[in-house]
Write a new protein. Structure first.
Length: 202
C-alpha cells in the first residue's frame, strides 16, 4: 500500500516550510476552523516542559486506557516512522487510516503551507475525532505559546520541568522559557506542574 501521508510529510520537509512560519499558526488556525476541530475530543490535555513530556504522556495514556477510557495521544519525535506520533489506546494506526486523513487534509486549500509538525498535529486532531476518543493528550513540540498544539484550548495543562533549551527561540533564562511554556494554560482550566519554586518564578 502506498503511504500517501508519508509523501505529504516528505514534501513538507523537502520544501523546507520554515519553523518560523509554523510559529505564526495562522494557516493551522484556518485548518482548525475548516475542519471544525476546536474540540477534537471531550477532554483535552496538553503537556509542556523541557524534559519528561513524553514519559508523562505515555504513563497518563496507559493509566487512562486501563481505566476504560478511549485515549488519543500526539507525541514527538518518532524513532522508526511518523505513525508513532499518534496512538489510539497506545497502539499505532495502520497506513490505510492515515491515507484517509491524507485525503481530508488535501481538501483544505492551504495545506501546502503547513509545516511537518503542523501536519502531524492536524492529523492527530482529525484522528482523535475519527477514533471518537474520550481524552486527547497532546505533547508540545517546542515552547508553548506558538506551538502547533496550542491552537486549541485544553482543559488540563501539565508543565513538567524547565531548563535552558532552544534559547535562541524561547529566551536565554529559565524565567523567559517558563513564560513561553506556561502559555499553554487557559483561564478556567486546570494546571499541574512539577517545577520547583514555580510561584517564585512567576
Amino acid at each position: 500500500m502506498i503511504d500517501l501521508f508519508s509523501q505529504l510529510l516528505d514534501r513538507a520537509l523537502s520544501e523546507r516550510v520554515s519553523v518560523v512560519q509554523g510559529f505564526n499558526n495562522n494557516v493551522l488556525e484556518k485548518a482548525i476552523a475548516y475542519f471544525k476541530l476546536e474540540r477534537p475530543a471531550p477532554k483535552l490535555i496538553v503537556i509542556a516542559g523541557s524534559n519528561g513530556k513524553g514519559t508523562c504522556a505515555h504513563v497518563l495514556s496507559q493509566w487512562l486506557a486501563i481505566s476504560g477510557y478511549r485515549v488519543g495521544m500526539i507525541t514527538s519525535p518518532h524513532i522508526f516512522n511518523y505513525r508513532e506520533r499518534y496512538s489510539f489506546n497506545n497502539e499505532q494506526l495502520p497506513i490505510s487510516v492515515w491515507n484517509e486523513i491524507y485525503y481530508l487534509i488535501i481538501s483544505f486549500t492551504d495545506y501546502v503551507s503547513l509545516t511537518y509538525f503542523e501536519l502531524i498535529v492536524l492529523a492527530g486532531f482529525l484522528l482523535a475525532r475519527y477514533n471518537r476518543v474520550d481524552v486527547l493528550i497532546s505533547e508540545v513540540g517546542l515552547g508553548g505559546r506558538f506551538d502547533a498544539t496550542n491552537v486549541i484550548s485544553h482543559d488540563i495543562a501539565l508543565l513538567t520541568t524547565i531548563d535552558l533549551e532552544h534559547t535562541q527561540i524561547l529566551g536565554g533564562t529559565k524565567e523567559e522559557i517558563l513564560g513561553e511554556k506556561i502559555q499553554v494554560c487557559r483561564r478556567g482550566g486546570y494546571f499541574i506542574t512539577g517545577v520547583r519554586g514555580f510561584d517564585k518564578s512567576i
